[in-house]
Design a protein around this ligand. Structure first.
Ligand code: ATP
Ligand code: MG
Length: 123
């Protein structure tokens, strides 16, 4: 079962996208298939500069980058990271301090972005 109706998830994501000011971290929490990427798709659709750009899951790429009306947005899925060395190499900690980051499976990075404004989306 999903916690939100798709239309409610869309509204919630669009509202945050409209209001957000970087730097800002969005921690997307929830089980496998709970809607984390779907939230990111709704969020990005609201602010993408190129409306034709497809927002796909970062499951395999780890990080996808988008240019938006709020500056660069990085969408990450850290599920497959094995250790902190891989995290540091990714550059996501630095990105999180300057732009907007949407992060799925974020536990490995949370202590490194404690000083950045953030919200937790529980799905
Ligand atoms: N609130 C919702 N209501 C109905 N269907 C949904 C909802 N949220 C997501 N879905 C559907 O569930 C499937 C999985 O969603 P999604 O890929 O966003 O999950 P995820 O949390 O990112 O998964 P993963 O943990 O594998 O990254 C998709 O087909 C999506 O369309
Ligand atoms: Mg996902």
């Amino acid at each position: 079962m999903f916690k939100y109706e798709l239309s409610d998830l869309k509204t919630k994501a669009e509202r945050l996208a409209s209001a957000i000011v970087p730097p800002y971290v969005i921690l997307l929490r929830g089980d496998l298939g709970s809607g984390k990427t779907t939230y990111a798709q709704f969020f990005l659709a609201q602010i993408l500069i190129n409306k034709d750009k497809t927002v796909i899951s970062p499951t395999f790429t780890i990080i996808n980058t988008y240019e938006t009306t709020k500056g660069t947005v990085w969408h990450a899925d850290l599920y497959r990271l094995k250790n902190e060395a891989e995290l540091f190499e990714l550059g996501l900690i630095e990105f999180a301090h300057v732009g907007i980051t949407l992060i799925e499976w974020s536990s490995i990075i949370e202590s490194y972005v404690a000083d950045v404004p953030k919200t937790i989306i529980e799905l």
